[in-house]
Design a protein around this ligand. Sequence first.
Ligand code: FES
Length: 96
Amino acid sequence: MPQRIDGSGETIRFTFEGREIAARAGDTIAAALIAAGETATRQSVVSGAPRGPFCMMGVCFECLVEIDGVPNRQACMIEAAPGITVTRQTADEVVA
Ligand code: FES
């Protein structure tokens, strides 16, 4: 399980699948989710299997989530913000 190196930084909170997630200011959504133990961010469109962040640099698209009702957002490229609502991208949502 990945762990943070230090405990400094302002804490912000958002929700993921209804769970409150604490992140540090400047964290990407993917980094905050991994730090919170949430490794599955979407479902495979082929099998429905859980998928999660892999490259953490915007290349693989394994980290797609829905943010405030908008699907197909890359969690590794978007900074966490206070109060946002993040959900897993389900297999029935089409990748644009
Ligand atoms: S983890 Fe690869 S694009 Fe986000």
